[in-house]
Design a protein around this ligand. Structure first.
Ligand code: GUN
Ligand code: ZN
Length: 435
């Protein structure tokens, strides 16, 4: 049995700092130790008090100048869109037509899908992201490719075939029944295989017929442990179109709720423009939101209101996503920075603990994988990253000035990027090393 142990300065969230006292939510340790066995964390604590538990054959790696954190979890990302990241000048509906749909059409070629899936997984790991909830395309081969690539490094990946049967180019459309059948075949093949979790993935209400949304709901009812991902209320024109297409429903949220797509297994990207009644409905259903600030800035969609979403009187669980290729970076550090800046524009200053919560444990809670990932705690997978707070000349200068760990972590999330990720471990294996 393999006992890998990591020694260094530890920092992890163990509870939700939006709802609990900050001191109850963070575990940190100046000289800490993570003991793992067969890819799972066995114990976390002070090096001095845990060193006695190291077995003679244990492999100890010491990172004296670094921070050890749980791997980041990207709650919303599109792997077929990596090639069109940073495409100029359009808002959501035009951006989809002009850039996204043509890029996604290329994934009918399985070789293309596998090449981009391998690139994508490597890029996640280079950025310290150890789990992600991934949108594929309507081509079943695109799902095969991402699960196969993730399985090669034993990553916990959630992914699913995009269901879309109207209002997109013909080469991307499926039919309602075919999307159900193809999703079901993929569920049987991949769900629960290694760390792969199949996720029912209707793109959004605009590209699905009533019949297709009903069949997505049927899949959720048939398989109690599947998650669902989609998009909601990202853009004003999108919302107007949803209203046109579903005039019989009270609002955008009601469309999904009507088809059985609003429960505690559902996570929706964006939710920028939800009404108070819709927030209440999300809360009652236990449905989650993936906040994607670099995308919201880049596509010009609007300013998400974090304080409103996390309102303690009716909290909705929120995870953090890059939404690449609408989002502009794979880096969850840069995504935390954008979340902080967007909240500032809404009059709220997110604390360092709140930002790291969103990028780790919060995303894990939003995706229903807490207990397995997102925190440095016994029983979680040993998905651990090594952050170098002195990765660049500017970071070195800033780190020397930081008085407390909290201050250092905040400066890092604002100023750092992939260069600060020195190493990434997935299930106790080193899968990326910068140097
Ligand atoms: N809404 C529906 N599809 C998409 C997509 O691919 N990206 C974003 N940002 N929003 C969407
Ligand atoms: Zn998206």
């Amino acid at each position: 049995m393999k006992q890998l142990c990591l020694r260094g300065r530890l920092y992890t969230l163990i509870d939700d700092p939006f709802l609990q006292a900050p001191s109850d939510c963070v575990f940190s340790c100046e000289d800490g130790l993570i003991i793992t066995r067969n890819g799972v964390i066995e114990a976390v604590g002070d090096y001095a008090s845990l060193r006695g538990r190291l077995s003679p054959e244990a492999e100890l790696r010491h990172y004296p100048d670094a921070l050890l954190l749980p791997g980041f979890i990207d709650a919303h990302i599109h792997y077929p869109q990596v090639e069109i990241i940073g495409s100029f000048g359009a808002q959501l509906l035009e951006w989809l037509q002009r850039y996204t749909f043509p890029a996604e059409a290329k994934f009918r070629d399985p070789a293309h899908a596998r090449r981009i899936a391998d690139f994508f997984v490597a890029e996640l790991l280079r950025n310290g992201t150890t789990s992600a909830s991934v949108f594929c395309t309507s081509a079943p081969g695109s799902v095969e490719a991402i699960f196969a690539a993730a399985q090669d490094v034993n990553m916990l990946i959630l992914a699913g075939k995009m269901m879309m049967d109207r209002h997109a180019p013909a080469e991307l459309l499926d039919a309602a029944q075919a999307s159900y059948d193809e999703s079901k075949a993929l569920i049987k093949r991949w769900h629960g295989k290694g760390r792969c979790l199949y996720t029912v993935t209707p793109r959004f209400a605009l590209t699905s017929s009533r019949e297709q949304l009903a069949l997505a709901g049927a899949l959720l009812r048939e398989y109690g442990d599947l998650r669902l991902q989609s998009h909601i209320s990202e853009n004003i024109d999108e919302m107007a179109r949803a209203k046109e297409l579903f005039p019989e429903r009270a609002n955008y949220t009601d469309i999904y709720a009507h088809y059985g797509l609003l429960d505690s297994r559902a996570i929706y990207g964006h939710g920028i423009h939800l009404s108070e009644g819709e927030w209440q409905r999300f809360h009652e259903a236990g449905a989650k939101i993936a906040h994607c600030p670099t995308s919201n800035f880049f596509i010009g969609s609007g300013l998400f209101d974090m304080a409103r979403a996390r309102n303690a009187a009716r909290p909705v669980t929120v995870g953090l996503g890059t939404d690449v290729g609408g989002g502009t970076s794979f880096s969850m550090l840069k995504t935390m920075s954008a979340a902080y800046q967007m909240a500032q524009l809404r009059g709220t200053s997110l604390t360092a603990a709140q930002c790291y919560y969103l990028a780790t444990l919060g995303s894990a809670e939003a995706l229903g994988i807490a207990g397995e990932a997102g925190s440095l705690q016994a029983g979680c997978a040993a998905d651990v990253i090594v952050l170098d707070p002195r990765a660049t000349p500017l970071l070195r200068l800033r780190a020397d000035e930081a008085g407390t760990l909290d201050e250092l972590l905040f400066a890092l999330l604002i100023c750092a990027d992939d260069r600060a990720v020195a190493a990434t471990y997935v299930a106790g294996e080193l899968v990326y090393a910068r140097d």
